[in-house]
Ligand binder design. Structure first.
Ligand code: 5GP
Ligand code: ZN
Length: 113
């Protein structure tokens, strides 16, 4: 996806502060953190949203989920954290490349706004 900002970040065409990376997953600090720790975990492959996850993506989705604990632990989130995926207009998704927000190091209120 030529015009996708997160594809460009994954390809290092746009700089970001890396937290974790492997062949298919990238994790980097959010530009406008909403908590003392706020990182984004993305598939390097362009998937627009949770609505666009295909059966062939499920292994990758599982591997992304499987990295959360390791990334959280590396960021010192032993007291807990929140993982958020926004989707679509009502979900207030602003970047149309699937991403998990990982937020922590403060008490996160519920319900979200
Ligand atoms: P969404 O609202 O789509 O769930 O989340 C998009 C997130 O991407 C926002 O938290 C926003 O701050 C972050 N973001 C948008 N553009 C950039 C960027 O160029 N670099 C980084 N590191 N984060 C970005
Ligand atoms: Zn993309």
């Amino acid at each position: 996806m030529n015009d996708c900002i997160f594809c460009k970040i994954a390809a290092k065409e746009i700089p970001s502060k890396a937290v974790y990376e492997d062949e298919e997953i990238y994790c980097f600090h959010d530009l406008e953190p909403q908590a003392p720790v706020h990182v984004l975990i993305i598939p390097k492959k362009h998937i627009a949203s949770t609505d666009e996850i295909m059966p062939g993506d499920l292994g990758l989705m599982g591997r992304m989920m499987g990295k959360i604990g390791e990334i959280a632990s590396g960021l010192g989130l032993e007291n807990g954290y929140r993982v958020v995926i926004n989707c679509g207009e009502d979900g207030m998704q602003t970047v149309k490349h699937l991403h998990m927000h990982l937020l922590g190091k403060r008490k996160l209120t519920w319900p979200p706004g």
